[in-house]
Design a protein around this ligand. Structure first.
Ligand SMILES: *Cc1c(COP(=O)(O)O)cnc(C)c1O
Ligand SMILES: [Zn+2]
Length: 392
């Protein structure tokens, strides 16, 4: 199947870029970007929506929305993860006496490297294969690196990782088991981000830094299209998303925007952005309208521990345009929700993803949701990635 990608457009100035070439940030808006601030001049993948809409009518298929021809995908399959209904006892919605409402879980921890990041890595690896680039580099604190190492191995590409010293040990092992070249950076994630950009300039390679390569965002939309289909071709009322850099949030938003642009759906789901208390830059930005870094991110949910979210601006736009909301959860609330999910649904989720249930419970108490709302929890990472975080 061919790809219906037409071009890239800067989300700030609208300048267009040829999608057959390798582009990262807009050469004008991104000129004064330096690691340590949210990305500027991020590029959006724009498709031939009319043609997609026509073909969807003949046969609905998430691959119609793929930015790269699937023949370039690495052999190891990604996505098409299970979606199923669950009941969580005691979850009272809308402040009424009714309880135990069914909701849907999208279990993306069942991807090959155990996290949602595989959706972005699959597309970036495919883009490299299509452009005959044999080496990919990324900065990551964990799952993005594990994922790129895994899918790069599947495709026979060289993978180079820059990770801060303090990345979780199990994830450092996962990176190395796939034979990726691991550079531990003496510093923060921002320093690793910078090191990966410098490496990209010096080598003939592709950079997978999250939000920076436009297909990291578009790759993260595929779960949204799958949710729409698996939910019986219905847009859910709410999708609950764990948020660090905001790329998953933006990707899900983009999925429902693309469905709308292709004339397939009419409305957008409300997005509930769940963040760890100390890592709440996007939630604060949404509340106040002003951007500030998270001062001192410290949380067991390492995958959403972010000081300077890469897609802060686009994420807040997604929350406003979907009439969504942002909420903070504590580590104790995350740990409690992790056990509830495991006990009542059979899903063992890593702390970042367990945060979705913790956030939903709080949103219910605030009466943000209606009793008949159709809700989907996005479980982004498998619990076995970080068993040390469990509080039995
Ligand atoms: C990266 C990650 C997130 C957060 O995604 P962002 O795009 O950084 O907001 C959530 N859960 C898991 C398991 C992740 O690996
Ligand atoms: Zn621009």
């Amino acid at each position: 199947m061919k790809s219906y990608l037409l071009k890239y457009c800067c989300i700030e100035c609208g300048k267009e870029f040829n999608s057959k070439e390798l582009h990262y940030l807009c050469d004008e808006c991104g000129r004064d970007y330096v690691p340590g601030i949210p990305l500027k001049g991020v590029l959006e993948a724009v498709f031939d929506y009319e043609e997609i809409g026509r073909r969807w009518k003949q046969k609905p298929d998430p691959l119609l929305f793929s930015a790269v021809n699937p023949k370039f995908y690495p052999p190891l399959p990604v996505g098409n993860t299970p979606f199923f209904r669950v009941r969580i006892p005691g979850l009272k919605r809308g402040g009424t006496a009714s309880s135990d409402y069914p909701m849907g879980i999208k279990f993306d921890g069942l991807n090959p490297s155990g996290s949602y990041k595989d959706r972005a890595s699959q597309l970036v690896v495919a883009d490299a294969l299509q452009k005959e680039i044999t080496e990919i580099v990324t900065a990551s604190t964990g799952n993005a690196a594990c994922s790129l190492a895994c899918l790069g191995a599947s495709a026979g590409l060289k993978v180079v990782i820059f990770a801060p010293q303090n990345a979780p040990p199990a994830k450092l092992i996962q990176i190395q088991v796939h034979n990726a070249e691991l550079h531990k950076v003496d510093g923060s994630y921002d320093d690793a981000f910078k090191a990966a950009l410098e490496y990209t300039k010096m080598h003939n390679c592709m950079c997978r830094n999250t939000g920076y390569h436009p297909l990291t965002i578009d790759g993260k939309k595929s779960a949204g299209i799958e949710i729409y289909i698996q939910n019986g071709y219905k847009v859910p009322d709410w999708i609950v998303i764990p948020v660090g850099d905001g790329v998953i949030l933006t990707g899900i938003y983009k999925a429902f925007l693309d469905l709308q642009r292709a004339g397939i759906t009419k409305n957008l789901p409300h997005l509930l952005c769940v963040q760890a208390e100390s890592s709440d830059a996007i939630t604060s930005y949404w509340e106040t309208g002003n951007y500030h870094d998270a001062e001192n991110p410290v949380t067991i949910a390492d995958s959403i521990k972010v000081k300077t979210p890469a897609l802060a601006h686009w994420s807040v736009k997604a929350l406003i345009e979907t009439d969504g909301k942002g909420i903070r959860v504590s580590d104790a609330e995350i740990q409690e929700a992790q056990l509830e999910l495991a006990k009542y649904t059979g899903v063992f989720a890593e702390p970042s993803s367990s945060a979705t249930l913790a956030g939903l419970k709080k949103a219910v108490n605030k009466r943000w949701l209606k009793t008949d709302n159709d809700i989907v929890l996005l479980i982004t990472g498998h619990g076995l990635k970080d068993p040390g975080a469990v509080k039995l």
